[in-house]
Design a binder for this molecule. Structure first.
Ligand SMILES: N[C@@H](CCC(=O)N[C@@H](CS)C(=O)NCC(=O)O)C(=O)O
Length: 207
C-alpha cells in the first residue's frame, strides 16, 4: 500500500485534511502546489481532479478523493481509534455528519463567493454586491454553528474532532465583523492541540 498523497497549497483548504492525516498517525506525503490561495489552480491540475480544486487526496489503493467533507468522513471511518470522529451509527456521529456537511455547503461555499466572485454572476457591475452577500451569508451560517456549540468547548462536547478543525479553519477565513465567542474558544482549542497546532501555524501563522 502506498502512503496517502495530499495535493494542496499552503493556506488552502487541504490544511484540515493534512491535520486529519496527522491525527490518524498514518503515513502521508504532501504535494504542495506553487499557487497562491484564492486563485485558480493551473490547468494541468485537471489530471488529478477534473474540478481543478484542492484538497485532492490519493488514497493508499491509488484511487482519488476530493471534497473536504467526504475526505474527512472517510478518514474518520478508516482510522476509528484515532479520535477523528465518533463511531458511525451513534447520535454523536449523526451530529458529526450534519455539521460537517453544513460547514461545507453553507460556510465554505459562501466564503468562496468572495475570491471567486466571477463564478457567481455574469454582471461585471454586480461583483461587489455578490461579495457583500457572501460575507452576510458566511455570518449567518457561522451563527448557526455558534449556537450548536452547546455545551462546548467543541461541537460534539468535550472531545475535539476533525469537524472542529474544519470549522476553526473556516472561521479564520471569515471576513465579517460578527463576534463568535464559542467558535473562538473552539478555535483556540484546535490551535492548542499538540498534533494540529504546528500544522495550523505552517498554514495560517498566528491567525
Ligand atoms: N467543495 C470543495 C471546495 C474546495 C475549494 O474550493 N478549494 C479551493 C482552495 S481553498 C480551490 O481549490 N480553489 C481553486 C479553484 O476553485 O479554482 C471542497 O469542499 O473540498
Amino acid at each position: 500500500m502506498m502512503p496517502y498523497r495530499l495535493y494542496n497549497r499552503v493556506g488552502s483548504g487541504g490544511f484540515v485534511v493534512e491535520a486529519a492525516l496527522a491525527m490518524a498517525k498514518t503515513d502521508y506525503e504532501l504535494e504542495e502546489l506553487d499557487s497562491r490561495p484564492s486563485t485558480p489552480l493551473p490547468e494541468s491540475f485537471r489530471q488529478h481532479n477534473p474540478w481543478r480544486q484542492v484538497p485532492t487526496l490519493i488514497l493508499p489503493d491509488g484511487s482519488t478523493m476530493s471534497e473536504t467533507a467526504a475526505i474527512l468522513i472517510h478518514l474518520a471511518a478508516c482510522h476509528p481509534d484515532r479520535g477523528l470522529g465518533p463511531a458511525p451509527g451513534t447520535t454523536e456521529h449523526a451530529q458529526f455528519l450534519r455539521w460537517i456537511v453544513f460547514a461545507n455547503v453553507n460556510v465554505y461555499e459562501a466564503i468562496l463567493r468572495r475570491p471567486y466572485t466571477e463564478r457567481y454572476t455574469t454582471d461585471p457591475n454586480g461583483l461587489e454586491a455578490v461579495r457583500e452577500a457572501s460575507t452576510l451569508r458566511q455570518g449567518e451560517a457561522l451563527s448557526v454553528l455558534e449556537a450548536a456549540v452547546e455545551p462546548g468547548p467543541f461541537l460534539l462536547g468535550a472531545n475535539m474532532s476533525v469537524l472542529d478543525v474544519y470549522v476553526a479553519m473556516l472561521l479564520t477565513w471569515y471576513n465579517g465583523d460578527t463576534a463568535f465567542p464559542r467558535l473562538d474558544t473552539l478555535k483556540a482549542g484546535v490551535k492548542a492541540d499538540a498534533t494540529v497546532g504546528p500544522i495550523w501555524r505552517r498554514h495560517f501563522g498566528n491567525r
